[in-house]
Design a protein around this ligand. Structure first.
Ligand SMILES: Cc1cc2nc3c(=O)[nH]c(=O)nc-3n(C[C@H](O)[C@H](O)[C@H](O)COP(=O)(O)OP(=O)(O)OC[C@H]3O[C@@H](n4cnc5c(N)ncnc54)[C@H](O)[C@@H]3O)c2cc1C
Ligand code: FES
Length: 277
């Protein structure tokens, strides 16, 4: 009997098994398949399409580690689909398809020092890589994590960032906010300024950057000024997407489809695609 190929655009069913309100407009959702497991295997940095008819579908980074038994998404309420997701309760169903996009090449990072730089909700894909690396700690060198947000109330996964990660061997967390309150003990200022002050050496180091486009632009510029080779700077691009599988042409930059050829690119690759890099 001929087997009918599964339609790659057809979502499977997932169940919301936990919800945490992280900030005023960001919630983190734990999802499992109907049998209680992870909906599908993936690699750090990959994404999934979540769907909620009739509102539609949107793409999100998988923020949990691929080594976890479930999947997590941190979702900012910005529009039609995300506001409907924010109305969901534990036990509700959601459509899911994936994994999509290129992952961060964690195998190539082995033995290197790693510098993670996340701005706002941009920490979502980095958290997947960070927790993967910290679980396989002996395979990697020193880990530095720089996180920046507008205020101290805007950090997602705040307890994990401030209590769990700094306890890991050879792991330092550096926090900055654009606008500090009286009780803030971290840095006050934009991430590129903080990087200038921290003055990381580029030797044997890979930088992994995610955040709003303007932050990425100035962080990459700062890293290059500090001597980082553009081939050692990894970042992710966010473009409006529809199919997620390189078919609809919605997400192209030059000859590349961000959903299929990205979203992870090195600054060297981006220099050939985007003028500002
Ligand atoms: C690779 C990738 C990974 C992502 N990961 C996450 C994540 O982990 N968490 C998260 O909260 N969001 C993430 N996003 C963004 C998320 O896909 C959009 O916020 C979502 O599509 C909004 O859907 P909506 O229907 O709620 O908003 P809509 O009603 O479609 O739009 C609301 C507003 O946001 C604008 N907008 C929507 N999507 C984008 C976009 N991608 N870029 C710029 N402007 C946009 C629209 O123009 C409009 O002004 C990611 C996007 C990409 C491409
Ligand atoms: S989203 Fe359709 S080609 Fe990328």
């Amino acid at each position: 009997m001929t087997e009918i190929a599964k339609d790659p655009l057809l979502p499977g069913k997932a169940i919301i098994t936990a919800i945490r309100q992280d900030t005023e407009d960001i919630k983190t959702y734990q999802v499992r398949d109907v049998n209680g497991g992870k909906p599908f295997d993936f690699e750090p940095g990959q994404c999934a399409m979540l769907s909620l008819p009739p509102a539609g579908e949107a793409i999100f980074s998988i923020t949990s580690s691929p080594l976890a038994e479930m999947m997590e998404f941190s979702i900012k309420n910005v529009g039609r689909v995300t506001s409907e997701i924010h109305n969901l309760k534990v036990g509700d169903q959601i459509g899911i398809r994936g994994p999509y996009g290129t992952p961060f090449p964690v195998a190539d990072f082995q033995k290197d020092d790693l510098l993670f730089i996340g701005g706002g909700i941009g920490l979502a894909p980095l958290r997947s890589v960070i927790n993967y690396v910290l679980k396989k700690r002996d395979n990697y060198g020193k880990v530095d994590i720089v996180c920046g947000c507008r205020t101290c109330n805007d950090f997602v996964h705040y307890e994990e960032i401030t209590e769990e990660w700094p306890q890991k061997p050879e792991t330092d967390v550096h926090l900055t906010v654009d606008k500090a309150t009286d009780d803030w003990t971290g840095f006050e200022g934009y991430i590129p300024d903080y990087l200038e002050e921290l003055n990381f050496s580029p030797a044997e180091k890979k930088a992994i950057v995610c955040g709003p486009p303007i932050m990425i632009k100035f962080v990459v510029q700062q890293l290059k000024e500090s001597g980082f080779d553009p081939a050692d700077i990894y970042t992710t691009l966010e473009l409006k997407m529809k199919c997620g599988i390189g078919k609809c042409g919605r997400c192209n930059i030059g000859s590349k489809y961000v959903c299929k050829d990205g979203p992870v690119f090195t600054a060297k690759e981006l220099a050939g695609l985007i003028e500002t890099f």
